[in-house]
Design a protein around this ligand. Structure first.
Ligand code: UDX
Length: 440
């Protein structure tokens, strides 16, 4: 079976490469010539562990192909996945779908033979049906069906999430489409991974519901961390105790500086906007994004408080800029809110992150980007951990104690056990736990 993926961003490139790995003939199409040229030279447009090797292998074995030429790709396809960007486009928080409908319009006249067109990007409820109607109007004689197949990939774990999903959600309205989508995911269903077939709207809403629930869970434990701080409780122990209840589950109960990424903030806002457009009251969903954004600002204040109430003229070593570990993605990262506030408060900032691509981020003007941890910590009045990169989980405390001005570690990811950090002879401020003073 031949598959075309439109869009070689994070979702499209991972999906296309993994489908080639399943044995399909996959063509990835993108309008941005530079992206296609880079991919044809084995240069990845995104940082995703394991992706490059999988791309190189499938290109070498003739199953994966990159082109700017949509016409050539579509004519040969049995399935076309639309995996273009759906950014938050309007002040209401609604998703901007222009690229989705542009793709639908371009596909329509090129269709040859029965084809299933799939909305793979996260799209508001009703979009798949609109894509179907758009193609029907543009190509009345075309023999096609549409389907909704939202992805549940986490950046930094995307290949594993595609290859071993907990479920595949597929919205269809015909048996032909169901059969073809079943073939597409036969490698997974043969491993007893559930393929859940439903209607378009249910598939679309289930994606928003899943992401917004996970975002809600994170914001919940963040608020419990704030409560724990004022009553001497330990939020890590609370998360452990909660997670032992199978109804709650232990995942996504890790306090942090506020969730970021290209999905949780966007999807939470889009779901709230969808509800508002339909005059449905969703106060819980409304609160998730606003409280998360407020948290990022509150984290800057927490850092300032931990530094004695002022950072004016103080040097802060910032460890981690990306929205989470194992990605280069800066989208909606807490650092984009926190660092400008610290700069505004007079701090001098040195930042180290192993992968962050901050070339697009004006928020970091005036922030010194350094190549390693020790350089960042030279003369620092405080060290601040913002992202949970593995290399921050075993800091060379002996060495850092020699180079810092003050032995203060502010850890907004709770990377250290309180018992261990006392040996480091650093004052240790974290989330939802008592501050630890060194025992000299
Ligand atoms: C998320 C969903 O997990 C994925 O299923 C969906 O397809 C896309 O959106 P992603 O945005 O890549 O994936 O990252 P994720 O690992 O979910 O983390 C999102 C944010 O929440 C990050 O900023 C992360 O640091 C934060 N987070 C996550 C926490 O603060 N605590 C947690 O326990 C988990």
């Amino acid at each position: 079976m031949k598959v075309t993926i439109i869009g070689t961003g994070y979702v499209g490139l991972v999906s296309g490469t993994c489908l080639a790995e399943f044995g399909f003939q996959v063509t990835c199409v993108d309008k941005i010539a530079e992206k296609i040229d880079k991919l044809n030279n084995s240069i990845m447009p995104i940082f995703e562990p394991g992706l490059k090797d999988l791309v190189v292998k499938n290109v070498a074995q003739g199953r994966l192909y990159f082109t700017k030429n949509l016409a050539k790709a579509v004519g040969l396809s049995d399935i076309i996945l639309i995996a273009v960007g759906t950014p938050t486009g309007y002040s209401t928080g609604s998703a901007d779908l222009r690229y989705v409908f542009e793709a639908a319009q371009e596909i329509a006249p090129l269709l040859q033979g029965y084809t299933v067109i799939v909305t793979k990007s996260t799209v508001p409820v009703g979009t798949t049906r609109q894509v179907r109607d758009t193609i029907r109007v543009a190509a009345p004689k075309a023999d096609f069906d549409v389907a909704s197949n939202p992805e549940f990939l986490r950046e930094g774990a995307a290949i594993a999430d595609f290859m071993n999903p907990e479920r595949v959600v597929i919205g269809v309205e015909s048996d032909r489409a169901k059969e073809r989508m079943h073939t597409l995911y036969s490698s997974l269903s043969q491993r007893e991974i559930p393929l859940v077939f439903t209607n378009f709207e249910t598939a679309e809403l289930s994606k928003y519901a899943s992401n917004t629930f996970l975002a809600t869970k994170i914001e919940f434990i963040n608020q419990i961390a704030d409560l724990a701080e004022v009553c001497g409780a330990d939020v890590q122990h609370i998360a452990h105790i909660m997670g032992l209840d199978a109804r709650i589950g232990k995942a996504f109960l890790q306090p942090g500086p506020g969730f970021g990424g290209s999905c949780f903030p966007k999807d939470t806002r889009a779901l709230a906007a969808f509800a508002h457009e339909r005059h449905v009251s969703v106060p819980l969903i409304d609160a998730v994004d606003s409280s998360n954004e407020a948290r990022k600002k509150a984290m800057a204040k927490k850092i300032i408080a931990a530094c004695g109430g002022s950072v004016r003229g103080k040097k802060l070593a910032i460890l981690g800029l990306t929205f989470k570990a194992n990605t280069d993605d800066m989208r909606e990262s807490a650092s984009l809110i926190i660092l400008p506030i610290l700069k505004e408060a007079g701090a001098v900032l040195s930042a180290f992150d192993p992968e962050a691509d901050i070339t697009q981020n004006i928020e970091f003007a005036g922030v010194e980007r350094v190549p390693d941890i020790v350089t960042a910590c030279q003369g620092a009045d405080a060290i601040v951990i913002l992202t949970e990169w593995d290399i921050f989980k075993a800091l060379p405390f002996e060495k850092l104690a020699e180079v810092v001005k003050e032995r203060l570690l502010i850890d907004l990811r709770n990377l250290y056990e309180l018992d261990n950090v006392t040996k480091a002879k650093f004052s240790y401020v974290s989330l939802g736990r008592p501050t630890v003073q060194p025992k000299y």
